[in-house]
Design a protein around this ligand. Structure first.
Ligand SMILES: *[C@@H]1O[C@H](CO)[C@@H](O)[C@H](O)[C@H]1NC(C)=O
Ligand SMILES: *[C@@H]1O[C@H](CO)[C@@H](O)[C@H](O)[C@H]1NC(C)=O
Ligand SMILES: *[C@@H]1O[C@H](CO)[C@@H](O)[C@H](O)[C@H]1NC(C)=O
Ligand SMILES: *[C@@H]1O[C@H](CO)[C@@H](O)[C@H](O)[C@H]1NC(C)=O
Ligand SMILES: *[C@@H]1O[C@H](CO)[C@@H](O)[C@H](O)[C@H]1NC(C)=O
Ligand SMILES: *[C@@H]1O[C@H](CO)[C@@H](O)[C@H](O)[C@H]1NC(C)=O
Ligand SMILES: *[C@@H]1O[C@H](CO)[C@@H](O)[C@H](O)[C@H]1NC(C)=O
Ligand SMILES: *[C@@H]1O[C@H](CO)[C@@H](O)[C@H](O)[C@H]1NC(C)=O
Ligand SMILES: *[C@@H]1O[C@H](CO)[C@@H](O)[C@H](O)[C@H]1NC(C)=O
Length: 285
């Protein structure tokens, strides 16, 4: 689904079904860190407000909770330039201006029981014209939260529904194969395969910061399977497409774990190449 039709759909949804959260329905309000963001009309790093704290969002049933977003304690706000991501998990601003300053509240409840009360999470967003100068740096400032990362098991012939900028750690082979090599739409692309991230991250393929042009298409991946002295090649084919639909065997990952893993991976990577470079220099003389 295109971004535009998604925005339109959300616009229609929020007009159509306006469940009002009354103050007496709120069991508890949790105040999350304040956010300061610079205004933009178009930007690659968009301001995003998460519905709840990281721990709550990692809960297994979080996705199924009812989530109602409010601005400055009122239900309605213009959804024209905003996108609700992943069943209202986050709110993303396509355009951000000073009028967007205010308190964003995401109220959640389980839908298992009738008349359940809500728990609300409140984030105060301050939109500034320009980057705050000196002196303003003592105020609580948080960057936009990192893009969600997922562990996904993909079986042969399946489709990965990917959203822009999200990271996908994929397990595509049932067996422990090595030397995974993939072609995307029959051409070589720059993706990381046969990785060695620490558990729980999947290591077969990493799609980092999904981008429609770079990463969507038909993936054909070979892996080498070694049993005793026997070596064989296994092949898995799957499709990656941009979509806001859920994935079947997907788990949201803790962003701290992901940040740490990616940082370590890149350090090891550059260390390897620096060592190789030094070695080459040594052998040359
Ligand atoms: C998402 O939020 C909007 C605005 O609060 C609400 O109308 C809609 O029902 C919510 N959708 C879900 C799946 O919770
Ligand atoms: C965004 O566009 C509006 C109207 O076109 C303009 O007034 C405003 O200065 C722009 N803001 C930024 C941050 O570029
Ligand atoms: C809020 O900020 C504090 C200090 O910067 C940080 O330790 C904490 O993780 C933040 N909480 C959330 C929910 O982002
Ligand atoms: C929302 O609340 C904030 C803080 O109280 C205020 O500065 C802002 O003007 C309000 N915005 C709207 C559109 O009412
Ligand atoms: C905060 O501002 C002071 C001067 O006002 C500056 O010396 C300091 O480096 C700034 N700190 C950060 C983290 O930007
Ligand atoms: C894959 O390797 C891991 C550790 O190297 C091992 O624990 C696991 O049992 C292996 N799985 C299969 C299916 O061989
Ligand atoms: C997979 O291996 C087959 C031969 O076993 C080869 O023809 C094909 O090009 C390989 N594909 C990839 C993506 O490496
Ligand atoms: C995707 O990547 C291509 C080239 O790497 C770039 O030109 C394009 O702007 C990117 N698209 C988005 C939506 O970031
Ligand atoms: C595997 O290779 C080793 C030496 O290359 C040999 O001694 C052994 O018998 C082989 N095992 C099998 C099951 O073929």
């Amino acid at each position: 689904m295109s971004l535009l039709s998604n925005i339109l759909l959300v616009g229609l949804l929020s007009l159509g079904q306006s469940t009002i959260v009354q103050p007496e329905q709120i069991a508890k309000t949790v105040f999350l860190n304040d956010t300061i963001f610079v205004a933009y009309n178009s930007s690659t790093t968009k301001c995003r407000i998460d519905c709840a704290d990281a721990e709550t969002m990692l809960q297994q049933d979080f996705r199924s909770f009812q989530k109602v977003w409010m601005f400055n304690k009122t239900e309605m706000f213009s959804a024209d330039d905003k996108t609700f991501i992943d069943s209202n998990r986050s709110l993303e601003f396509q355009v951000l201006n000073e009028d967007d300053t205010g308190a964003y509240q995401c109220c959640i409840r389980s839908t298992d029981l009738a008349y359940q009360s809500f728990v609300c999470y409140s984030t105060l967003l301050t939109v500034v014209d320009e980057m705050p100068g000196d002196g303003m740096n003592e105020t609580a400032t948080t960057e936009a939260p990192p893009s969600p990362s997922w562990n996904v098991v993909i079986e042969d012939g399946e489709i990965l529904n990917a959203q822009p900028e999200n990271n996908y750690f994929l397990k595509i082979f049932e067996d422990n194969v090595t030397a995974i090599h993939c072609l995307v739409n029959e051409v070589e692309i720059n993706i990381k395969t046969s990785n060695s991230f620490t558990p729980p991250l999947y290591n077969d393929v990493l799609i980092q910061s999904f981008n429609l042009t770079d990463h969507s298409g038909i993936y054909v991946c070979n892996g080498t399977l070694q049993i005793g002295n026997e070596t064989s090649i296994e092949t898995v084919t799957f499709t990656v497409s941009q979509s806001w639909d859920d994935n079947k065997n997907a788990d949201l990952l803790d962003s701290k774990v992901v940040a740490e893993a990616l940082k370590t991976a890149f350090t090891v990577f550059s260390f390897f190449f620096i060592s190789l470079f030094i070695l080459l220099q040594v052998f040359r003389f």
